[in-house]
Design a protein around this ligand. Structure first.
Ligand code: AMP
Ligand code: MG
Length: 346
């Protein structure tokens, strides 16, 4: 166990807290900090020993590379070989913000950060505390999401306290994160560039700036319904403790499938239904929770991980989620929901 220093950015003095946390990073320690996407678990991106502590705290497999966070576009030059023209355009359009750009890495970036890859993922977050922390540390910060590996990413300070107390040197406590899903990851080393992970910036928004992009098979095979891999595939990602399945079909079909599945459960099971504002009223039995309104994909995205963690806290054993209609704006949400459910559908 590590002694974890706690700083409350909303109630303690902001400058003092950031300065103290910056020192922790500068001396090779780990700090959990808020970003606009989810809370991150950071360390000095140029210090391999410091970065190793991130993998240990999360229990993250060493072959999963980290995103390097900068607080100024000028810091990117030292991390990469060159910045491709289209990467410049995307950075201009969406930085600071929830977009990660993968480029050929420079010698300066330790292997530990990139898991030995010759590329590095870079993001300039828009959250003022993230920017202030990177500035105070005086170094780019490597940071994955601040959850124990496999669990839903943390969007509220109580999530990081739950997962990271005793595992990191400091935690910056702040309000709920705004986007609630991780950044969009774009590989800028291919032509056309390839989206590896959908996130806060959508395909349409990116194509408006640089034209046609490709979607990684990892996205299309898993989230385009007709190409979805077979049920039962188990990915440990964003996973709640209960068994989660996604109900497909028309509204009537989804409701009927969920009601019938719940009827088949035993007396010790505690089912929850993840519905929407528009469909909640169709259910009577089980813990009935809305993800948000179908008219507001941003708020559904914002709510997803917190709902899954609430279910864990309440001891829910089975989660029945209604499938959300696929669109440019719900692609990231669907990607996370499918993964959370291990691609299991009813
Ligand atoms: P997380 O920080 O937990 O949101 O995870 C970072 C994501 O970026 C993971 O999906 C990584 O696999 C991905 N990533 C980071 N660096 C690279 C890279 N150099 N090439 C491809 N994917 C990367
Ligand atoms: Mg993560």
């Amino acid at each position: 166990m590590i002694e974890t220093e706690l700083y409350d950015l909303e109630n303690d003095d902001f400058e003092t807290s950031i300065a103290a946390a910056g020192k922790v990073i500068a001396r090779g320690g780990t700090v959990v900090f808020p970003t606009e996407t989810v809370y991150g678990l950071g360390a000095d991106a140029t210090n391999a020993d410091a970065v190793a502590k991130i993998f240990k705290a999360k229990g993250r497999p060493g072959d999963n590379p980290l995103i390097v966070h900068v607080s100024d576009v000028a810091q990117v030059g030292a991390l990469v070989k060159t910045v491709p023209e289209k990467a410049k355009k995307l950075a201009e359009a969406f930085w600071p913000g929830p977009l990660t750009l993968i480029m050929a890495r420079s010698e300066r970036v330790p292997d530990r950060v990139t898991a030995g890859l010759l590329t590095v993922a870079v993001r300039f977050p828009s959250h003022p505390a993230a920017k202030a922390l990177i500035d105070a540390a005086g170094t780019p910060i490597a940071a994955p999401s601040a959850n124990i590996s496999g669990r839903p990413s943390p969007t509220k300070s109580n999530h990081v306290l739950e997962d990271m107390i005793g595992k990191v040197d400091a935690i910056l406590i702040d309000a709920d994160t705004e986007v609630g899903l991780e950044s969009t990851v774009m590989d800028m080393t291919s032509e056309p560039p390839t989206m590896l992970r959908p996130g806060g910036v959508t395909v349409r928004q990116i194509e408006e700036i640089i034209g046609k992009i490709e979607l990684s098979p990892n996205i299309t095979e898993n989230i385009i319904p007709e190409k979805a891999k077979s049920p039962g595939m188990k990915y440990k990602h964003y996973a709640p403790k209960g068994i989660m399945v996604i109900a497909r079909g028309s509204d009537d079909e989804k409701v009927a499938k969920i009601i019938s599945a719940i009827k088949g459960l035993g007396p010790d099971d505690m089912p929850a239904i993840l519905a929407t504002d528009e469909t909640m009223r169709h259910y009577q039995r089980g813990l009935i929770v809305s993800l948000g309104s179908r008219d507001d994909p941003e708020s559904m995205s914002h709510n997803l991980f917190a709902r899954l963690r609430d279910f864990d806290a309440m001891g829910v054993t089975h989660i029945f989620a209604e499938e959300i209609t696929m669109s440019d704006e719900t692609m990231a949400l669907n990607n996370r929901m499918y993964k959370a459910a291990g691609y299991t559908f009813i």
